[in-house]
Write a protein that binds this ligand. Structure first.
Ligand SMILES: Cc1cc2nc3c(=O)[nH]c(=O)nc-3n(C[C@H](O)[C@H](O)[C@H](O)COP(=O)(O)OP(=O)(O)OC[C@H]3O[C@@H](n4cnc5c(N)ncnc54)[C@H](O)[C@@H]3O)c2cc1C
Length: 408
């Protein structure tokens, strides 16, 4: 291969570029990113960066030395607008095109927005309403939260990002309400019992959690003043943060030959319907699943790049799912899969102390683990689960369970 283009200059894109060089690719490497920034880390944006405990320069994912070693052409502040049907030419919004023998798609995901808050023609853009995905989003939110005065913050969505933002707002002295449409936040990921315990963290820290109702409208003329709920309640708000999930960044691929369905469809090795195009990170639906987690975005690229260079799938890339979240001084970690009919059991610690290790079991087999503030035993069990995933019996059991889950 003479030219490989990586589209998306963030976590998965950087790991793909590193993997290309580490695997001996010495051709032209072009990295295209629509943000003006070099790759930076997103997890702190809802945590230490928002509270001011981490400075902007600490977010960088690489340094000048590594960037010079990568020997890549960085096209930043430039959006890819199309990939031709053979997957060999990328059209950019600057009018330029980039031709490549291999393409790595790493365009991540963008936040879902509440209708009426996007600022696009025909809908009102209210000051004080935020989503949080990029450094620029985080700068804007931080500026509003650090004026010195306690304000009323409403967080729409009680998932990981919403909960972390709520936690950071409390640390900054604000009054916070979290609105969650489901009966409990994190229900699909954790199941009823464990989601109840994680939800209690909000109450522990004086945050009101309103569940089982969505948002009808935001109130305000230029600046947001309130959030009108489906059940008729009006919550006063000076700042609203919308954290209702993200959609994979595939819009630019419409009209290409790639199969798209909630992400770029790939085989287990990250290879798309075109062998010279692979996808990694939040945008990639690898096998039958798509993950929006940091570790996944760092673990997939090595295999995807190997397959790209080989011209066919020679390695699979489905690491054991793992994520963490930091809320109210508690580190939440989860690894594995919560399958239907799982039972959950606390194996050490206590839920009252918000410090415990739990295992998810199906037919006597551990398929997942959750920890609150128990990083060491959790990591041990995570390693065991990852090893277990590789035994044929466990792989067959996991495949059967996943098929059963897909059929539910
Ligand atoms: C606030 C926040 C907190 C998080 N906290 C955690 C956490 O605690 N734990 C955890 O496991 N995960 C966390 N995550 C998730 C983790 O950061 C993501 O899984 C990871 O960033 C995915 O990397 P990616 O490279 O696939 O996508 P992204 O990081 O989204 O990068 C994609 C890049 O591609 C660019 N792009 C998109 N379309 C185009 C285009 N057409 N042309 C050019 N460029 C394009 C985007 O602007 C972006 O720069 C968090 C995410 C956020 C936003």
């Amino acid at each position: 291969m003479r030219t490989v283009a990586v589209v998306g200059a963030s976590l998965a894109g950087l790991y793909a570029a590193r993997a290309l060089r580490a695997q001996g690719y010495d051709g032209r490497l072009v990295i295209i990113g629509d943000e003006i920034h070099r790759p930076y880390d997103r997890p702190p944006l809802s945590k230490e960066f928002l509270t001011g405990a981490m400075a902007e320069d600490q977010l960088a994912l690489s340094d000048a030395e590594e960037e010079s070693e990568l020997d890549a052409e960085w096209l930043l502040g430039v959006r890819a607008q199309g990939l031709d049907t053979r997957g060999r030419t990328i059209r950019l919004d600057s009018g330029r095109t980039v031709s490549a023998d291999g393409v790595v798609i790493a365009t991540g995901a963008t936040p879902r927005r509440l209708p009426g808050t996007t600022g696009t023609a025909g809908s009102a853009h209210l000051r004080g309403v935020h989503t949080l995905r990029t450094l620029d989003d985080a700068r804007a939110l931080r500026a509003e939260l650090t004026t010195g005065q306690p304000v009323q913050v409403v967080v729409v969505g009680g998932g990981f990002i919403g909960s972390e933002v709520a936690s950071s707002c409390v640390a900054l002295g604000h009054h916070v309400t979290v609105v969650e449409a489901a009966p409990l936040p994190l229900l699909p990921q954790l199941g009823d019992a464990m989601a109840t315990i994680c939800a209690a963290l909000h109450a522990d820290h004086g945050v009101e959690l309103v569940t089982g109702t969505g948002v009808t409208a935001l109130r305000g003329t230029d600046t947001v003043t309130g959030v009108l709920l489906d059940d008729g309640r009006l919550l006063p708000a000076d700042v609203v943060v919308v954290g209702i999930g993200a959609v994979p960044g595939t819009r630019w691929l419409k009209g290409s030959a790639l199969a798209l369905r909630d992400g770029v469809l790939c085989d287990d090795g990250g290879v798309t319907t075109l062998p010279q195009v692979v996808a990694v990170g939040d945008v990639a639906r690898v096998g039958s699943s798509r993950a929006e987690h940091w570790t996944n975005a760092t673990e997939q690229p090595a295999a995807a790049v190997r397959n790209l260079l080989a011209g066919r799938t020679v390695e699979t890339a489905r690491p054991l799912p793992y994520f963490w979240s930091d809320q109210y001084g508690v580190r939440i970690q989860f690894a594995g899969r919560r399958l239907p009919c799982c039972t959950v059991r606390i194996t050490e610690g206590s839920t009252d102390e918000r410090s415990f290790l739990a295992v998810y079991e199906r037919e006597g087999v551990t398929v997942g683990t959750l920890a609150l503030n128990r990083p060491r035993p959790f990591m041990r069990l995570r390693r065991e689960l990852a090893r277990g995933c590789r035994t044929p019996a466990a792989a067959a059991a996991a495949a059967a369970a996943a098929a059963a889950a897909a059929a539910v």
